[in-house]
Write a protein that binds this ligand. Sequence first.
Ligand SMILES: NC(=O)c1ccc[n+]([C@@H]2O[C@H](COP(=O)([O-])OP(=O)(O)OC[C@H]3O[C@@H](n4cnc5c(N)ncnc54)[C@H](OP(=O)(O)O)[C@@H]3O)[C@@H](O)[C@H]2O)c1
Length: 259
Amino acid sequence: MKVLLLGVTGNVGSRMLPALLARNHQVVAYVRTPSKIPSEAKSKIDSIVTGSATDSEAIKAAITSHSCDAIVNAAGVAPMTRFHSQGDFSTIFAAVVKAAALEAGRERGGAPIRCWLMSGFGILDSPKKPYMMADYIPMFPAHKPNYMLIKSHPVEELAWSLFCATQMFPRYDTPRYPADTDAASNLVAKSDAPPAWTERFRCVPLIGNYLNVMAQSQSCFSVLENCVDFMAADLEMGLRSEWVGKRVGVMEKSKVKAV
Ligand SMILES: NC(=O)c1ccc[n+]([C@@H]2O[C@H](COP(=O)([O-])OP(=O)(O)OC[C@H]3O[C@@H](n4cnc5c(N)ncnc54)[C@H](OP(=O)(O)O)[C@@H]3O)[C@@H](O)[C@H]2O)c1
């Protein structure tokens, strides 16, 4: 696919680039400071568009002028609590959804744009529905309204998926070319809930659920290179992906047996 990548100068986006290239996607990078892109990466990118990820008109123009059929948004950082500076994370999310997906999608007609957006563990369902993880541990509060926003759009209009990781730790200090295309096979994934749920603290009175959610979130710590390859591999499926319209939780296969 031809992918518009936002956030290529960040931890996730810089590793997403080699992952996309290894899966034979073409990449158009959308950045506010092109000079921050290392020369090795620059030489492999199809085109670079300069702009702010809060500018929906500019994102839409980038998609339409480069005929992109997919977007990966790794721009902006979710604030950890409501007491931290909220920054422009939610503005970026809304700009990508509005411009990139809806307006550019509508304008070109036909198939919707395929879209992976970074989100968080907190918006996954707990088995004790209707609760989400964030109802127990209210961290990264921006993810829930973002989810509500994107959920209001039918997948026929916008083929979205939300990547709901907790912490992702890079295996290597810097992005590697070529990226490992076996990396995604190290993960198990589940739609809308964390994989391999256990009820470890069920017997603890009052705070059992809270302890359990905290434990699950730690069990879902993952390797960043595995996560980006997961999304890059999924983009090969285009609109046939099983993850369209889903929140996606992941866990390292090596941890599944341990929990
Ligand atoms: N890292 C994790 O473990 C983890 C876990 C779960 C979810 N996530 C989510 O994944 C996303 C990426 O995280 P990260 O660790 O890669 O963050 P990061 O290293 O801080 O990267 C953030 C990226 O966003 C770009 N950006 C910020 N504001 C922008 C704007 N107005 N216009 C254009 N680009 C803008 C930055 O560009 P500049 O270089 O120009 O500043 C940078 O490329 C975040 O949404 C985060 O919440 C991360």
